[in-house]
Design a binder for this molecule. Sequence first.
Ligand code: SF4
Length: 405
Amino acid sequence: MTANALTIPFERIADPAVRAIAEKVAAGTRLTQADGVTLFETPDLTGVGVLADAVNRARHGDRVTFASNQHINPTNICTLRTTCVFCGYARLPKEAGAYRYTLEQVLAEAKTGNNGMTREFHIVGGLDMEAGLEYYTRMFRALKAELPQVHIKALTAVEIAHIARIEKKPWAEVLIALREAGLDTMPGGGAETFSAAVREEIARKKLGAADYIGVHRTAHQLGIRSNSTMLYGHVESFADRMEHLQMLRDLQDETGGFLAYIPLAYHPDDNELGKKLGRQGIATSGVDDLKNLAVGRLFLDNFAHVKSHWIMVTPSLSQIALHYGVNDLEGTVVREKIYHAVGATTQQSMTLDDLLRLIRGAGKIPAERDSFYNVLRTFDAGGQGTDGGEALPSAVRELPSTVGA
Ligand code: SF4
């Protein structure tokens, strides 16, 4: 997997504490949680950045990947509406704005969303008592029948546990039924921050850390790969963040089933927690966004991929993040709803042109990937795509230059 030798520019690391961590990285010694806290605490952002960049370059060179994906959120009805106080997306069944798609609505959105060029559906929603195993197995079967080429990445660990609870079935049975219906991989949402004290404050009834890890472990044992996340920038401490990353790293050591790590920035608008904290209109800082990505790259040494979610931290910051350990960008996306419900002001989709410009502007080489991170096409600096070595007439013509409504 290593693309290049690890070359750390020690001369650009000003803080001796970060330089000591760089020595450990150079020696192949695993970082501790205390090292992670040091990286969060240091004012030497450049030092943290060049270290994460060196590790990322050793693994991936200058290549930055993205996928042509489409978000579908089939229901916003959620039993935890009143206790996940950071969430602005969920509704109670009879509340204004509540919705649950019919199968026909899901198919209509799936078919029209991306001019038929979507390679991955990212399907997540609320914990809806009327959306059980039958609802999702019918949906996945119908999607695979209509669009068999599209990968289905669906249902967080929290949703899997919810379906298992309402169906009174073990997680494994639910996962096997969903896989038979078409589930390919699982997203990493719902992790929030694992600390029990933090969960008590922001999501007191949500699936606990051990069960989140347990569902992912079960999925990995069944051969279902998944992603992992951490919601940061609310009430958690640096130590809480590192405890969270430790649990992800431990499971990855055990199963190797995680594909990517994706830190998610908390958005304080339009949710109870933001009001309580007096944080409305004050999102996470750019420094903290970059640190979360860089620390993920450095501490999660057994994860191949670290992704920046431009919907949450802006495309501009995601571009800079390509020099802070990030090798993957959220893809084209179609109609993102969940983060826009809590005040994200970024666009809801990105054109292929925009993505290519953003990646090239960082001096990197864009490449479209599939859901397992296999590179499908690499785009050269002149805008051409190569697929198996053969130049395509126009990279931009391969995917719609505008996606979404
Ligand atoms: S975060 Fe998820 S589980 Fe919690 S209220 Fe929102 S949709 Fe429901």
